[in-house]
Write a protein that binds this ligand. Structure first.
Ligand code: SAH
Length: 254
């Protein structure tokens, strides 16, 4: 059995209880060494085989899983954050399916959730934005034409950019072609939930400057949108006068 496990954003106690138990039981762990906190490996049992996938290609990763499976062992494939985002898990799952090796997925806390905590932010504020666009600047991995940043920027929704730390110029320029302005609040969260966490706030017009001044190029998320500003409307959910399935709204006397 292969378990794809989300390691969480960085702090070792932000892995799920299930994820930790799977690590404790594993005979073989393949972890994404570039981003997974190595402290999580301390939960592994003695004798557990540990591989760093940063130094491996797909065939090597699958070969390690296949070998463990042939010995009747449990493998944990430890991915940073949640495996479903930029995790390259689909190709691994498809190879396992071809080989009839069973697998399961244990979700994790994505770094964009860790960043919200660091920013003390709510990404979906009434009257401001009710959508979150998770995307990236185009680098060696191409982005479909319809998802180019300037096109996604037309919505003015809360936007979170992964894998874009080396391309702040591209991000700033493209987003300014959309509904955001130089004054739109923006933040960079470096190593969210790690001890080295750094939160930088400013406006979209200052994005490049802020990243350069702070020397941030990797392990960072760029968050853009008016949800980082001051104005919003109160929710209906907790509105005293609003009736929900669980609560009858208070009537105000005319
Ligand atoms: N599956 C992961 C994302 C992997 S892609 C998740 O759910 O978070 C790798 C990118 O994620 C990095 O380039 C960076 O943009 C972002 N990232 C991962 N961990 C981070 C952290 N702790 N703080 C800020 N950004 C992080």
């Amino acid at each position: 059995m292969v378990d794809f496990v989300g390691a969480g954003p960085g702090a070792p106690d932000l892995i799920t209880v299930r994820g930790r138990q799977l690590i404790e039981r594993a005979d073989c762990i393949i972890y994404a060494g570039s981003l997974v906190n190595p402290q999580l490996l301390e939960y592994a049992k003695e004798g557990c085989q540990i591989h760093n996938s940063a130094e491996m290609h797909l065939e090597e990763i699958i070969a390690v899983m296949e070998q463990a499976e042939s010995r009747g062992q449990n493998t944990v494939r430890l991915h940073t954050g949640d495996p479903s985002l930029y995790g390259a898990v689909r190709e691994q799952m498809d190879e396992l399916r071809k080989r009839k090796i069973p697998f399961r997925i244990c979700p994790g806390v994505s770094s964009f959730c860790g960043a919200a905590a660091a920013l003390e932010a709510e990404y979906t504020l009434p009257g401001v934005s009710q959508s979150v666009i998770i995307t990236r600047a185009e680098g060696r991995t191409l982005v479909p034409e319809k998802e180019k940043l300037h096109r996604l920027a037309q919505h003015g929704a809360t936007m979170i950019l992964f894998l874009s730390g080396k391309m702040p110029e591209q991000v700033q320029e493209e987003l300014l072609k959309g509904a955001y302005t130089k004054k739109t609040p923006c933040a960079v969260v470096y190593k969210a939930t790690w001890e080295e966490e750094k939160v930088i706030r400013g406006t979209l017009g200052e994005l490049c400057k802020l990243m350069q001044e702070n020397g941030i190029t990797r392990t960072a998320l760029i968050v853009v949108g008016d949800v980082l500003g001051e104005d919003y409307e109160l929710s209906r959910l907790y509105d005293k006068h609003f009736t929900t399935q669980y609560r009858t709204g208070v009537r105000t006397q005319p």
